[in-house]
Design a protein around this ligand. Sequence first.
Ligand SMILES: Cc1cc2nc3c(=O)[nH]c(=O)nc-3n(C[C@H](O)[C@H](O)[C@H](O)COP(=O)(O)O)c2cc1C
Length: 252
Amino acid sequence: MNANTGNKDSLATPSHTPQLQAFCDVVESRRSVRRFTDAPIPDDVLADCLRLAMLAPNSSNLQPWEFYVIDDADKRKRAVKNCMNQNAAKTSARLIAVVARTDVWHDHAKKILREYPDMPVPKKVKDYYNKVVALDFLRGPANVVSVAKWSAIQVVRRIKGPIKSPYYTFEDTKNWATNNTALAAGNLMLALRAHGFDSCPMGGFDEPAMKRLLKLSNHHHIVMMIGAGERADNGVYNTQFRFEQDQFVHYV
Ligand SMILES: Cc1cc2nc3c(=O)[nH]c(=O)nc-3n(C[C@H](O)[C@H](O)[C@H](O)COP(=O)(O)O)c2cc1C
């Protein structure tokens, strides 16, 4: 077994189930692939991968993500250029911008209450989306609400003990949306692998240029670009490795 890569043979335990094996196969065979073949990803396969992406856990189920599948030939050409002409973009069958939204929490909170699967919507749920979520995100003009929230939180923390900090700044909301969207991006790449395709996440792109191309606003943040397709024989550039776990895992 290779301790650094955590490869398959490391997991052959008595509790090894077919589900675990299938999961390990997907996770362990995913690589960042920089060259793809000419094989297309069928629309229904991509749609299923996106469905699985959006099953990612997300804060209060507010789903602050979007996926722009760049299929138009001219847009794609310009998008590849914005990805610094990386092979992972150039040779991809599909090129996807994974976008976090900082402005949808309010509409999505309302939508959750309209589309809640268990009617009538329990009062607790209504209160949560109408009051708690609103308080969490509202900043007010010139951040006036944030200042009030910050002061109130200091008092509550002293008197009552631990309390989750709300979002005070635009950066807080951006981090929130980005965290959630990155989880969906992870699901998307694993879903592609489970369908027999591959991907490469790319942070190496010109975000302002890509936002202009996709006509995105200041409330849209491109978390990563993902090139996807069928792995070419020379698609993986190096052997996968990770540092030892004990550098990162702390049992406290
Ligand atoms: C946020 C993020 C940005 C990345 N940007 C690029 C990129 O611009 N170009 C690239 O070739 N790989 C990029 N990668 C892929 C990493 O280099 C790769 O995941 C890492 O080397 C580990 O290899 P593996 O994914 O094959 O395990 C990125 C990965 C992540 C998660």
